[in-house]
Write a protein that binds this ligand. Structure first.
Ligand SMILES: [Zn+2]
Length: 651
């Protein structure tokens, strides 16, 4: 394989990894189990007696064999949904998807496809219907991969646009990568421990053979090694402490990497704590706002929003949402009241303005509706819905046909799909006659990030986390102390010189010689024998060569074993620190992803269908490929090193 092809392959593998890790959070095959669905169905049905009636009639007809999928009743359900202004009916779509997958198992593919299409109609903004259809196509005709992929991509686009999914995915990914960083550090310091612990023991053993003073010093050092147990540090900090003890033996890149990890292990848990706090206190608010805008709402949800509004009367997103719900329920004075409050807080909210115009139109105040819609268009001339609403307002006024025609044209130009949809479902019902804007995913994201950043800034600042005690018993052990240790050790190492293990023969020595090509340091003996090619005593020469061979075999074995167990450990062992740590991180990501296959954040709702691409077998296969590539990489490295060494040791 040429170098270029290898790179292409690597980039492909990397993007595939990203895809699978990202999509996994969204598309896990079964989030949760059956019971939550039943509870949710009961809760949702309670709020929609009309839909429930049609649903039960449909079920009854299917059981009696009068109809196969009950498309007439599904049409009725869709009509009620449009009348009530509900954008997505997640529970009914989920139930349809379940029926569809069951039909697909019975090989009744036509029925399955029809059910999926119905699910898409009831919940166009949710991914269930699309992924399920991809799966049905997959079982129906494996050779029509283009159909499968088209549905899959549509589902993916919908779930990226959907705030709830991207939010859950983001928090999932955030925790996953945070934990992976900690696990990667743990593995890294463990390899360092294996690498340098023998050197430490050796130097301690030497001290015991020397004078009394040095013996006492050595005993103090042993107590120092055991210090984390006395201080009751957690495992991460204990390993950082032990890694610091090896500071004098370490390569510069390893020291740099430890400094980098010090920053990460201070701030990653802190950031995760902030995120947990946010999830506990503010996330339900966001998800409720989302549900009321895009899905369904009930009495409890409304009560919750009103309660939150009392706590913060300037919360425009809640005001907007309450206005939207009130209008959909037909409570126009209440809707007008909420939208006016939004506009008094933020006079440039064009979406609230057009929604208020729709409320005025519903109340019969046509002039006010036209004026507000024109104002909204002035603020944002690129929104199709504003022109459409203006057209509707104009049509209610008996004498202004010319102006009305141009605005519908403009609306169709801007967003043909949306306008055609609304023209198709047109009726006198005010939820179908005009387009009510909902809060966009972007504004919900902004809201979320604002609150999340607020949590991170409050109450502990970025600095105070440095002096927070790490241990319950000894209050003063803080991350700042570790930073101090690093500085002190660096100075000591610089003054006394680094004790390096010779990469050729493995013996530790303070006086080392750089090698130009390999970029490492070797001991005096090796330098004289292999680089300068001095004529030494043949006995010493033979002994040294045997030592080099034995050491090389040992190193090879250890780095292979480490790579086998940790993907990247071998690289760290052979001083390829950066590459090794990156691979350790990827390894941790995979392991934790597998452990938390259903996502770290539990979604109460059941996602019944996943795409054919996100099965566990595929995930494991990808992991195996990654393993194979990394193992091959390390053995290629060994071969290259061997070849280079052979040139040097040609005696
Ligand atoms: Zn040597």
């Amino acid at each position: 394989m040429s170098r270029f092809m290898r790179w292409i392959f690597r980039v492909f593998l990397f993007s595939l990894c990203c895809l699978i890790l990202c999509s996994g959070g969204l598309l896990s095959p079964s989030r949760g189990s059956n019971p939550p669905v039943r509870r949710n169905v009961a809760a949702t049905l309670a709020g929609h007696s009309e839909i429930q009636r049609y649903w039960l009639r449909r079920k009854d007809l299917i059981i009696r064999g009068k109809t196969i999928i009950g498309s007439k009743e599904l049409e009725e359900i869709h009509r009620v949904q449009l009348d009530k202004g509900i954008r997505n009916l997640p529970i009914f779509a989920t139930l349809l998807v379940r029926e569809s997958l069951e039909a697909s198992r019975r090989k009744a593919f036509e029925e399955a496809v029809a059910l999926c299409k119905a699910a898409q109609k009831l919940a166009p903004g949710l991914s269930y219907g699309y992924f399920a259809l991809a799966r049905v196509y997959w079982s129906q005709a494996k050779h029509r991969l283009d159909w499968v992929l088209a549905e899959y991509v549509r589902g993916l686009v919908v779930s990226i646009k959907n705030f709830k999914y991207s939010f859950i995915w983001f928090t999932d990914f955030f925790y996953l990568s945070g934990q992976s960083i900690l696990l990667a550090f743990f593995l890294f310091s463990f390899v360092l421990f294996l690498k340098y612990f023998p050197s430490l023991i050796e130097s301690l053993a030497r001290s015991f053979r020397a004078q009394v003073f040095q013996v006492i010093l050595a005993i103090m050092k042993i107590v120092g090694i055991l210090l984390p147990f006395f201080l009751q540090l957690n495992l991460i900090w204990a390993f950082l402490y032990w890694s610091l003890i090896f500071w004098v033996f370490m390569e510069n890149r390893e020291r740099f990497m430890l400094g980098f990890f010090l920053i990460l292990i201070i701030y990653v848990p802190w950031a995760m704590d902030g995120c947990s706090h946010f999830l506990d206190h503010s996330a339900s608010r966001l998800l409720h706002i989302y549900a009321a805008n895009e899905e369904t709402w009930d009495h409890d949800l409304k009560e919750d929003l009103i309660r939150r509004l009392q706590a913060n009367s300037r919360d425009t997103n809640i005001l907007f949402t309450l206005g939207l719900i009130s209008k959909r329920e037909g409570n126009y004075p209440k809707a007008k009241y909420y939208y006016k409050r939004v506009l008094s807080n933020n006079s440039s909210a064009a979406d609230a303005m057009t929604n208020l115009a729709n409320v005025y139109l519903a109340m019969g105040n046509v002039d006010e509706a036209i004026a507000l819609n024109s104002k909204a268009i002035d603020m944002n001339p690129q929104k199709a819905s504003f022109y459409f609403n203006l057209h509707r307002a104009n049509s209610r006024k008996s004498s202004a046909p010319v102006k009305a025609d141009s605005s519908i044209q403009r609306a169709t130009e801007l967003d043909p799909t949306l306008i055609h949809h609304y023209l198709k479902v047109e009726s006198d019902n005010m939820n179908r006659f005009v387009i009510d804007e909902t809060l966009s995913a972007m504004s919900l994201w902004k809201d979320g990030i604002y609150h999340l950043v607020g949590t991170w800034m409050d109450p502990r600042g970025l600095v105070s986390v440095l002096i927070t005690p790490l241990s319950k018993r000894v209050r003063f052990v803080s991350p700042l102390l570790f930073l101090g240790m690093m500085v002190v050790f660096s100075i000591v190492a610089k003054r006394r010189g680094t004790v390096r293990k010779c990469p050729l023969c493995g013996s530790p020595s303070r006086r080392v010689f750089p090698r130009r090509i390999e970029g490492d340091f070797i001991c005096l003996g090796c330098h004289r024998l292999f680089v300068k090619k001095e004529g030494l005593n043949p006995k010493i020469k033979i002994k040294k060569v045997a030592q080099v061979r034995k050491h090389r075999r040992r190193e090879e074995l250890i780095s292979r074993i480490l790579s086998l167990f940790s993907l990247g450990g071998g690289y760290v062992w052979r001083n390829y620190t950066v590459r090794g740590v990156v691979l350790l991180f990827v390894f941790s990501l995979f392991i934790l992803r597998k452990v938390h296959w259903h996502g770290l954040i539990r979604n109460a709702e059941v996602v019944p269908a996943s795409s054919p691409l996100s099965s566990e077998a595929f995930f494991i296969g990808l992991f195996a490929i990654l393993y194979y590539v990394s193992l091959r990489g390390i053995s290629r490295l060994e071969r290259r090193k061997q070849a280079m060494e052979k040139v040097r040791i040609s005696l």
